[in-house]
Design a protein. Structure first.
Length: 429
């Protein structure tokens, strides 16, 4: 089957392409990208789609999502996660290992890979745990897990607090050309907190998590990167101090990258007023100063990528007092639409934003996605840049509804998602 996507605004962050043109897909691969393409519409194996000058870009690459399978499939499973991903324009994602049981051995890693292939709506490249059981003490079998396809190593929402364990992990992972992904938060400073330490938490009578908890762990890790030379990635940065620490580390030439998630550049701590448990996240929503620093870090390239940080929970874990609620919010279906706010507010150019959502996370994980390169898989997202609407969680494909963006006005909507040449999401169907 040959498909011509005509009259599209083609955007390829890997090459800097931004033009009105056409893209040809043949047998699941990108066959041609040009300002003018002609296909014989009389051929029975050809299809011509008029994109109406909608944006056509590489499918998004989400480097941080929780699937809950195995163990808690009633909250989310591989099928619902893939459906939610493609509804959000995501054609590749990396699930975290904090399932039940933890993905800390080859058999569990291969189970997740098999389940992903059975669904077949998106590329799924799972992480493996840094430590057995996510307990932070004993390193997993990096070599066997890497050989079996672990895209990188992380303890998910748990920090590796033991400095010696982190040093060994950085050294060991570098032998297999894998990255260590850390949740940078001092667990002792954060253990009893439920909101960002500051005036909002004080007014609401909530225990606070100081912003220093993030940068203290990050600065320690950066010293260990200097010591070992291992590749290191800091997840979901939320504070000005952490963004600056990464900025300085990059100036020193350290092999470090980082990412943030939409809540940390689109919301601040005031979103929890009214004890909104859907806005209880990990790390917590920070001050407006921190939010603006995250925006600036994205704009100047200090922050390499944007991830969904998809963290589904059932109602029983959210419909409780704020301090008892499970931290986390879903994000697969809002990743693109919320990120587009950075374009509409002129904080970033569209091509630069898409770079943070496609080729940058793919390169961090060593994956061959996120471009419109001829010969590559036809993983595409087509979206209306200016379509106005509201976040409507009742329409989500995800099994969970715990989004901090419930009813938020949005500008931009996914029109179609294409995976290996096949339309896997169409807003009109």
């Amino acid at each position: 089957m040959t498909t011509l996507y005509n009259n599209a605004r083609l955007l390829d962050p890997a090459s800097g392409l931004d033009m009105i043109g056409a893209l040809v897909v043949h047998e699941g691969k990108i066959a041609k990208v040009s300002n003018k393409v002609f296909v014989d519409s009389s051929r029975v194996d050809s299809d011509i789609i008029d994109c109406g000058e909608r944006c056509l870009a590489p499918g998004l690459v989400d480097m941080r999502a929780q699937v809950r399978e195995p163990g808690n499939e009633h909250i989310e499973n591989m099928s619902s996660a893939q459906k939610a991903a493609v509804a959000g324009g995501i054609t590749t994602f990396a699930p975290l290992p904090n399932t039940n049981p933890v993905i800390d051995d080859v058999s569990l890693l291969e189970f997740v890979q098999r389940r992903a292939l059975e669904i077949g709506l998106a590329n799924v490249h799972p992480y493996a745990a840094i430590t057995k059981g996510l307990r932070g003490h004993e390193i997993t079998e990096f070599g066997m897990l890497a050989d079996s396809g672990a895209v990188a190593f992380t303890d998910g929402k748990h920090s590796v607090a033991n400095s010696l364990v982190m040093r060994r992990a950085l050294s060991y992972a570098s032998m297999f050309k894998r990255t260590i992904v850390q949740h940078p938060e001092d667990p002792y400073l954060a253990s009893k907190g439920s909101a960002n330490e500051g005036q909002t938490a004080t007014r609401l009578g909530l225990s606070g998590i100081p912003s220093a908890a993030e940068v203290i762990m990050l600065e320690r890790d950066l010293r260990l990167v200097e010591l070992t030379g291992g590749n290191y990635h800091a997840a979901h940065l939320s504070t000005a101090a952490a963004v600056e620490a990464i900025r300085q580390a990059k100036k020193r030439g350290l092999p470090v990258t980082c990412e943030t998630a939409p809540p940390y550049f689109a919301l601040n701590e005031d979103a929890i007023i009214g004890y909104r448990t859907f806005a209880r996240l990990s790390p917590p929503l920070r001050s407006e100063q921190d939010r603006l620093a995250v925006v600036a870090g994205l704009a100047d390239g200090t922050i390499d990528a944007i991830a969904s940080d998809h963290d589904p929970h059932d109602p029983d874990r959210k419909n409780v007092p704020f301090s008892q609620a499970a931290p986390g919010g879903i994000g697969l279906e809002t990743l693109l639409t919320i990120s587009l706010e950075l374009v509409h507010t002129k904080a970033m150019k569209l091509i630069d934003l898409l770079q943070r959502l496609t080729v940058a996370p793919a390169r961090i994980l060593g994956l061959p996605y996120g471009t419109l390169k001829v010969g590559g898989d036809a993983d595409l997202v087509i979206f209306d840049l200016n379509r106005i609407g509201k976040v409507a969680p009742e329409r989500f494909a995800s099994k969970s509804r715990n989004t901090p963006f419930d009813k938020r006005p949005i500008e931009g909507r996914v029109w179609r998602t294409v995976y290996r040449g096949n339309v896997v999401y169409d807003v009109e169907k």
